[in-house]
Design a protein. Structure first.
Length: 342
């Protein structure tokens, strides 16, 4: 069952390893405490007094190259007993919420895995029981921080806290000039996203649009491969404007059937900064006809986006770079298709 505690926040540093400390449940999520830019400010009193919710979640471990970003989706084929036990626990106790942990490639030859402390809160969208195991679709919802590992059997259970984002209480408040810069970049990104989707439709006919609208439980996974990314830009952009799902909304053990994460009392839309935060993750999707080089670049950009060392403007600039590369590739592909009479 999820254990929820509230504790006073203090900055902390350092990552976490899978060898984790049992009972390490009160470490603080960190944030920048130095004001940046003329006119912006940080309310230190609010920052120091802010309480964070600490929650235990069943966790899946993936290579860092397969990070599930907030706004992205992945289909899993779970057939090992431990993963099916994880699935049952999440459906019974956490409203279908799990965490995706990632690990760094071990190049030193040392024993054990080095786990990234930045993780993703993921929501189980649907489950389809198979003759062997179960097919599960999960959607990334928010960044969380691994504070400790409380158990590794039969599956990993970690303790997590919410990663503060721009607009949260106790975070840096940008100046008018900085906010105008955020607004300018997000406007550019949204226009570029529309162009990417238009060109994708021209390249693939209506296949990309209809696939995004028709995703569901009938989706198949080739063979016994355990997972594949199934997100797309249209779905991600719908996620941008949906109510936020964070671990702070887990107050008591709740079943997946009883949880209604789509309902948020009093939600009338995200603030400008909160929406920009969500956009900065949602845009980093795989584009049609992506080259292996572009995919490697995208993986690197996703790793930077998940890092707590980089802020909103860093991620937005990454989005601009990724979208411009995708647009150049798509324009060339569409032009070639037109030349060939496609």
């Amino acid at each position: 069952m999820p254990t929820t505690t509230r504790t006073t926040a203090r900055p902390s540093r350092g990552g976490a390893t899978c060898g984790g400390a049992r009972g390490a449940r009160t470490r603080r999520a960190s944030w920048t405490t130095v004001a940046r830019g003329a006119g912006g400010y940080l309310d230190y009193a609010a920052a120091l007094s802010k309480e964070f919710t600490s929650v235990e979640l069943p966790s899946l471990l993936f290579p860092r190259a397969e990070t599930l970003l907030p706004g992205s989706a992945m289909t899993l084929h779970l057939y090992e007993a431990r993963f099916l036990a994880l699935l049952d626990a999440a459906r019974a106790n956490t409203g279908g919420l799990i965490a995706q942990l990632t690990y760094f490639e071990n190049e030193s030859g040392e024993e054990g895995l080095r786990v990234n402390s930045s993780a993703t809160l993921a929501r189980i969208e649907w489950v389809k029981r198979e003759a062997v195991g179960a097919t599960v679709r999960v959607a990334g919802e928010a960044r969380v921080k691994l504070e400790g590992v409380v158990s590794r059997e039969p599956y990993i259970t970690g303790v997590y806290t919410h990663v503060p984002q721009m607009g949260d209480v106790g975070t840096y408040v940008p100046s008018d000039a900085e906010l105008a810069q955020v607004r300018e970049v997000t406007d550019y990104i949204e226009n570029a996203v529309r162009d990417v989707m238009t060109l994708s439709d021209r390249l693939n006919g209506d296949a990309s649009a209809s696939a995004a609208e028709g995703e569901g439980e009938d989706e198949e996974i080739d063979g016994m491969w355990t997972h594949k990314e199934v997100g797309d830009l249209r779905t991600a952009m719908r996620w941008v404007d949906a109510p936020a799902i964070t671990i702070e909304r887990i107050e008591t053990p709740i079943s997946m059937e009883d949880a209604d994460w789509s309902r948020a009392d009093g939600f009338t839309g995200h603030s400008e900064l909160a929406r920009a935060e969500r956009l900065s993750f949602a845009v980093l999707q795989v584009a049609p006809a992506s080259t292996p080089s572009a995919l490697r670049t995208l993986i690197s950009c996703r790793a930077v986006a998940m890092s707590a060392e980089h802020g909103l403007m860093d991620r937005l600039r990454l989005c601009v770079s990724v979208l411009e590369d995708q647009l150049n590739t798509l324009r060339a592909k569409v032009a070639l298709k037109s030349t060939l009479g496609g």
